[in-house]
Write a protein that binds this ligand. Structure first.
Ligand SMILES: [Zn+2]
Length: 475
């Protein structure tokens, strides 16, 4: 009886799969007949079906093969540039080159584009501009485009400063370099076009690693006052989150390594362009495995590299991060032995509203990231993104310098065994410290945070609510 029921259900599923395949096939034909007239994305095409009322589509039944492609583009500037981080400085040369790495994952229904760049910070308005270009020109929904920066402090400014101008106005008296930002946008668009041409059948896997390359940087004095320094007893996050994309035969196509560490091995005396620790580590791992590594920073708001703010690469032992972190990523990669060609991607978004620091101004390019509550309180509208991959991987991202305690707590309470936090993603809306950190003051709280002590709880509870509810129930 039970077997018969199962058999019947199986046949129903097979029939449904066949039916859906036929619809996708005819849709593909329909799309190609329109190509040249319309540049429709997969998502838009599905929207068309909805509009015509032909079928209620459930992505769960997709029989399409998981495909992926990755493109690496050199974004090193040809001329001297204003560098981000520390005081105003202009570059005088190049120590190591900067790159954007563009990964496309396609499960047959959702095409997700992750871009990682060796840059420090950018305004969310810069992300929005690039996202809207990708939507208009290539039909990619902003929901499916994430742009994450490594936070190297030896890289050029990108477009308008955004919030940093509110915190450090005297630093941004010079003209905005729009040419470099336009070049970056163009390389992303070209990179996506290129990657789409090379999508091939792929496999996916997730794993963990561990590295002690970072240290808490909030030194606490006897008075309780915090300053930038080293605090070996302070909270840290030393896990490496690893994702591997493989070709069908099991050979590597790309790695994504997620680890929180400030890009500040090189200090304010350095005038050379460099990817700092994340750049050096990526270059090293790529040489070892022969494919691109997307280094995605985590909640590094209070985490420095163990060698921090040195005047030169040699003084800062920059190359040692190849062992401290690069070899640990390679270890994690060796341990990751299970991959699958059955992949389902599902993206989501959430806006967390939390009070703005009293008396703080706001940048004119960021109107959509603030509003005023009914009680007349200025609020920040913080955009959080989510990507679920199959039933066990949950990635959340935010345009923040987040304190690691927050992402640690989310990971511990998350129902997903692989919960990763991608920081410095889709722009920068300042430091978000824990409530406890506000009692100790210091740079992150007093100078570069637009939030209040309530923000960490507001963010934690909203993100966990999403992971435990909406995201867990998504098919
Ligand atoms: Zn920082």
């Amino acid at each position: 009886m039970r077997n018969n029921k199962l058999k019947l259900q199986n046949e129903k599923n097979q029939a449904m799969k066949y039916w859906i395949t036929q619809v996708i096939k005819s849709l593909t034909e329909y799309r190609s007949s329109l190509s040249g007239l319309l540049q429709l994305s997969c998502a838009k095409s599905l929207y068309l079906i909805f509009s015509f009322g032909i079928i209620i589509f459930s992505p769960h039944y997709s029989t399409a093969q998981f495909r992926a492609a990755v493109v690496k583009v050199d974004i090193t500037p040809e001329s001297s540039k204003w560098l981000v981080g520390y005081g105003p400085r202009q570059s005088t040369g190049i120590h190591d080159r900067l790159y954007s790495r563009i990964l496309i994952m396609d499960d047959g229904v959702t095409q997700f584009c992750l871009v990682q760049s060796d840059l420090c910070v950018m305004s969310p308005s810069q992300y929005d501009h690039t996202a809207s270009m990708l939507q208009t020109r290539l039909g990619i929904s902003p929901l499916h485009f994430w742009w994450s920066l490594t936070h190297t402090h030896a890289a050029p400014e990108v477009g308008v400063p955004g919030l940093p101008e509110i915190f450090m106005g005297e630093r941004y008296k010079h003209e905005v370099d729009t040419a470099y930002a336009s070049m970056l946008e163009q390389t992303i668009i070209n990179g996506v076009i290129e990657a789409r041409k090379h999508l091939v059948a792929a496999r996916f896997g997730a794993g963990w690693g561990f590295s002690q390359a970072n240290i808490n940087r909030r030194a606490i004095d006897t008075s309780g006052k915090a300053t930038l320094g080293m605090n070996p007893d302070g909270p840290v996050d030393r896990r490496i989150g690893l994702l591997r994309i493989e070709k069908k035969d099991g050979s590597p196509m790309a790695l994504i390594a997620n680890y929180p560490i400030h890009g500040t091995v090189l200090g304010d005396k350095n005038m050379q362009i460099s990817g700092d620790a994340p750049g050096i580590v990526s270059e090293y791992v790529e040489r070892k495995i022969g494919v691109p590594l997307l280094f995605i920073n985590g909640a590094a708001g209070n985490l420095a590299p163990i060698y921090s703010v040195y005047p030169t690469p040699a003084a800062g032992h920059l190359n040692q991060f190849r062992v401290l972190l690069g070899d640990k990523i390679l270890d994690a990669n060796r341990k990751l032995t299970i991959t699958t060609d059955t992949v389902k991607l599902s993206a989501g978004t959430l806006t967390v509203e939390t009070p703005r620091k009293p008396g703080l101004g706001w940048s004119s390019d960021l109107g959509k990231y603030t509003n005023t509550s009914k009680k007349g309180m200025n609020m920040i509208r913080l955009p959080v993104r989510f990507l679920k991959i199959n039933e066990d991987v949950a990635i959340w991202s935010a345009p923040l310098e987040l304190f690691c305690e927050v992402s640690n707590e989310v990971r511990e309470r998350s129902p997903f065994p692989f919960t990763f936090y991608f920081g410095y993603t889709n722009g920068w809306l300042g430091y978000l410290p824990t409530a406890e950190a506000w009692e100790h003051g210091g740079y992150e709280v007093e100078t570069v945070s637009p939030y209040t002590p309530a923000a960490a709880k507001d963010l934690t509870e909203s993100v966990l609510g999403y992971l435990l509810g909406e995201m867990r129930s998504r098919q």
